[in-house]
Design a protein around this ligand. Structure first.
Ligand code: GDP
Ligand code: IMO
Ligand code: MG
Length: 427
């Protein structure tokens, strides 16, 4: 059964965009199933670099149909500007399909995201400020606006009224902000309706029919396992399920259809925003990883926090996602270190712990237990097969594979499509 899930195994920014794009040429559909324009996926094609936020990375592969599933939250203004940006660069976006059940990020959701973060002060999550959390909150509270609502003015008005009823009380009385006018929001949303209509489809039906016809469908996660609302480092997480199960609910495809789950795994670790991060480095090694790895957020431009590889997290990602494979990225960034520490376990209050603790308190106390592996100095960016890698790089990969619990089936040695070592084919 040709349905694959490709997701982040750490805290996001593992290189999902590149990996999806790489497979995009051989798959029929690429589907985003959760998140929204909080994502920043970089794809490098030849000398062209694309930063995608909301659109699936498959949009750059001509034969592939990109799909925004029901689990995604859609900011229509971002959608339209991302589409026109690609069109200006000659990319055909006409095949895009958007679920009528996807929820809309309204202007007031963006306002609430920003105001809430400001109000949290020191306790803030460090969100991307794109309205993600408040939009999912509205969805769960059953006061969300869906893409299909744009096509019934009366329903849309009633729903915006319901959503703003309580929010305006909170905005004016608690946050000391001006109330948001229903009419203004409705007018703005209606302004997008006609421009988006041609893409709106019953994506659940389309995808299930495609699978019945043996088409290849790739589900592309945003964010990463440790940012998952259920399985991540709550409350320092995003408000959706990037983990593998999210692909089923976020696209309307049953778990029996999923044949392979690929975890994108960076050869070291990064995180953006607040929250615990056991292997974080505050020294020149951290600075060097940031500089060499270009670790700056694609969406917010914030510097990413950097640290050594954490095998406890990789094992956890294997477990909660049922990973069948890893795609190890950015191995080239580690070239030049004489010794490379890898976190193999944690020490928590004097005890060695092999698995990720479920308790938030314990995780905040976790100190990495490192094993040090010998590094390499040879340029690996031209390597095309595993045997082209220097012995120490091979041993680093093998050690990570052993610690992480799933085979490493591809290795990224540079940002470009062709800077990849394929070990086992994904298709
Ligand atoms: P995503 O959010 O998971 O898609 O990842 P981002 O695009 O936010 O960040 C990954 C960055 O690493 C991007 O700038 C990619 O172009 C780059 N990248 C991906 N794979 C590799 C690799 O194997 N080596 C190097 N040097 N860069 C890579
Ligand atoms: P990609 O898909 C890294 C982080 C934010 C913040 C937390 C909640 O490029 O890997 P949100 O705006 O989602 O409510 O913010 O999640 N975050 C990401 N970190 N990569 C991402 O996406 C992220 N999307 C959200 O920094 O800590
Ligand atoms: Mg990113």
């Amino acid at each position: 059964m040709p349905a694959l899930v490709l997701l982040g195994a750490q805290w996001g920014d593992e290189g999902k965009g590149k990996a999806t794009d790489l497979l995009g040429g051989s798959v029929d559909y690429v589907v985003r199933y959760q998140g929204g324009n909080n994502a920043g996926h970089t794809v490098v094609v030849g000398d062209q670099k694309y930063a995608l936020h909301l659109l699936p990375s498959g949009i750059l592969s001509p034969g592939c149909t990109p799909v925004i599933g029901n689990g995604v939250v859609v900011d229509p203004s971002v959608l339209l500007s991302e589409l026109s940006g690609l069109n200006e660069r000659g990319v055909d976006t006409s095949k895009l399909l958007i679920s009528g059940n996807a929820h809309i990020i309204t202007p007031y959701n963006v306002t609430v995201d920003k105001v809430t973060e400001r109000f949290l002060g020191k306790r803030k999550i460090g969100t991307t400020g794109r309205g993600i959390g408040p939009t999912y909150a509205d969805k769960i509270n059953r006061v969300g606006i869906r893409v299909q609502d744009l096509y019934d003015e009366s329903i849309l008005t009633q729903k915006v009224e319901a959503a703003l009823d309580v929010k305006n009380q909170v905005l004016t009385k608690l946050y000391n902000r001006r109330a948001i006018a229903v009419g203004q929001v409705v007018e703005e949303l209606l302004g997008y309706a006609a421009q988006i209509e041609r893409y709106v489809a019953d994506t659940v039906l389309v995808l299930n029919q495609a699978l019945d016809d043996d088409k290849v469908v790739l589900f592309e996660g945003g964010q990463g396992t440790l940012l998952d609302i259920d399985h991540g480092t709550y409350p320092f997480v995003t408000s959706s399920n990037p983990t593998a199960g999210g692909a089923c609910t976020g696209a309307g495809v049953g778990p029996t259809k999923i044949s392979r789950v690929i975890g994108i795994l960076k050869a070291y670790t990064t995180r953006v925003g607040a929250g615990p991060f056991p292997t974080e480095l505050f020294d020149e090694d951290g600075e060097a990883l940031r500089r060499i790895g270009g670790e700056r957020g694609v969406t917010t431009g914030r510097d990413r926090r950097c640290g050594w590889f954490d095998a406890v997290i990789a094992r956890y990602a294997t477990r909660v996602n049922g990973l069948t494979d890893f795609f190890l990225t950015k191995l080239d960034v580690l070239t030049g270190w004489e010794q490379i520490p890898v976190c193999v376990a944690y020490e928590i209050d004097g005890k060695r712990v092999e698995e990720l603790p479920y308790s938030q308190t314990d995780f905040h106390h976790a100190k990495p237990v490192y094993e040090t592996l010998p590094g390499w100095s040879e340029d690996i960016t031209k390597a095309k097969s595993f045997s082209d890698l220097p012995k120490n790089a091979q041993n680093y990969v093998k050690a990570l594979e052993e610690m992480s619990g799933a085979p490493i089936s591809a290795i990224g040695v540079g940002p470009g499509r062709d800077e990849t070592i394929e070990i086992n084919s994904f298709l």
